[in-house]
Design a protein around this ligand. Structure first.
Ligand code: SF4
Length: 369
């Protein structure tokens, strides 16, 4: 049996992180930290919110664009919602953009971010994981942010699995969280909590991967219980995922020359406050009259279906297209298609691209270029 040796684990992780830390646009690496450079809590917060439910390669360009346009939290607080939501388009989970903007205003008013996880939890859109990640990375609080990577590494190092049921996996997660916190509690004064958090994240992302973990080059190999058992890939044993329910709806893309008609969705709810083509409600059964809710009495042509996966359901959206006369009066905003494609959330962009691309003689490429 492998002994529980937090000090040895901490030393091995620290030395590995100093040599192998990933170079990420929001990160202050261990060398720069040694020289006294401190992470900017605004940038740590921004990156953590963007990285919720998305990958680093997808989030990085958004992070750089936000940082260039709104370098301080007060700049983001002063921005209009229209600008923030348009800049967020494509990152998904639009309630996060709404919370981001509200949070920036709040933090700007109070003169800075709270400096511990407890205070950070009070901010809009900041849950327990995000609060712990910001507290550890920006303020070196000894609090464990257990993301998917850390969860996998720690479940293997300590051989914490489950019986594959939801209740079993819930118990395992609590155990993994407690074992990770033990490591943070054992940190000596010479090691930073932010470095430990990011070392575990990097190890999970680059060495202790979900499939075929590279134990041969792992700094924790001699201390890893799952490796000693002989089959580390079997950890963590998560509960089987439930299939997402399907919802159905229609999107109506009215085209007037090179413009398309968009409406702003209500502030609350899914895609709250974002621009979208007009559409029907999204229901659990396919609507009998798919054209119900079309914004104008036009000749609507069915151009196809787009599919989009939200967290809790999969959406199948029938897309209709119609030419609108120049004098058409309708609630909403006519927007050049290329601007619309930049401002729309992904599902809206898919619908407009499908409608515009289906128009004889006008390709999506021509309209977006
Ligand atoms: S030894 Fe293997 S299983 Fe254990 S932490 Fe390292 S890579 Fe993961």
């Amino acid at each position: 049996m492998i002994a529980n040796r937090p000090k040895a684990l901490l030393t091995a992780l620290d030395s590995w992180y100093r040599r192998h830390a990933r170079n990420l646009p929001w990160r202050v690496g261990p060398g720069a930290r040694d020289k006294g450079k401190k992470p900017d809590p605004y940038l740590v917060w921004l990156s953590e919110v963007m990285l919720q439910q998305t990958t680093i390669p997808h989030a990085a360009p958004y992070f750089l664009a936000f940082k260039a346009r709104w370098p301080k939290v007060k700049d983001l607080a002063a921005a209009s919602w229209e600008d923030v939501s348009a800049a967020w388009a494509g990152l998904g989970y639009y309630s996060r953009a709404r919370n981001l903007h509200v949070c920036a205003k709040l933090v700007s008013e109070r003169g800075g971010f709270p400096q511990d996880a407890e205070g950070l939890r009070e901010l809009p859109g900041v849950g327990p994981y995000t609060a712990a990640a910001i507290a550890a990375i920006a303020f070196d609080e000894k609090v464990a942010p257990v993301d998917g990577n850390i969860e996998r590494v720690m479940s293997r190092v300590r051989a914490v699995g489950s019986d594959g049921t939801e209740a079993g996996w819930r118990r395992a997660k609590i155990e993994i969280g407690a074992r990770t916190q033990e490591l943070f509690d054992a940190l000596p004064e010479t090691q930073r909590a932010g470095d430990l958090a990011q070392a575990l994240m990097d190890l999970g992302a680059t060495v202790c991967t979900p499939k075929k973990p590279n134990c041969l080059i792992c700094p924790l190999a001699k201390m890893c219980a799952a490796r000693a058992e002989g089959d580390p890939e079997r950890y963590p044993v998560k509960a089987a995922k439930k299939e997402r329910p399907v919802r159905y709806g229609s999107a109506f893309v009215a085209v007037r020359g090179s413009e398309v008609l968009l409406v702003r969705r209500p502030a609350s709810g899914l895609l709250g406050g974002m621009m979208m083509p007009p559409g029907s409600e999204w229901r659990e059964t396919k609507p009998k009259d798919a054209l119900k809710g079309a914004p104008l009495k036009l000749t609507w042509a069915h151009v196809g279906e787009v599919r989009h996966a939200f967290t809790h359901f999969a959406l199948k959206l029938d897309v209709y297209r119609a030419e609108a006369p120049a004098q058409a009066k309708v609630a909403g905003e006519w927007m050049p298609a290329k601007d619309a494609l930049a401002a729309l959330p992904t599902v809206g962009r898919k619908a407009v691209l499908l409608a515009v691309g289906g128009h004889a003689g006008v390709t999506a490429r021509r309209l977006v270029s």
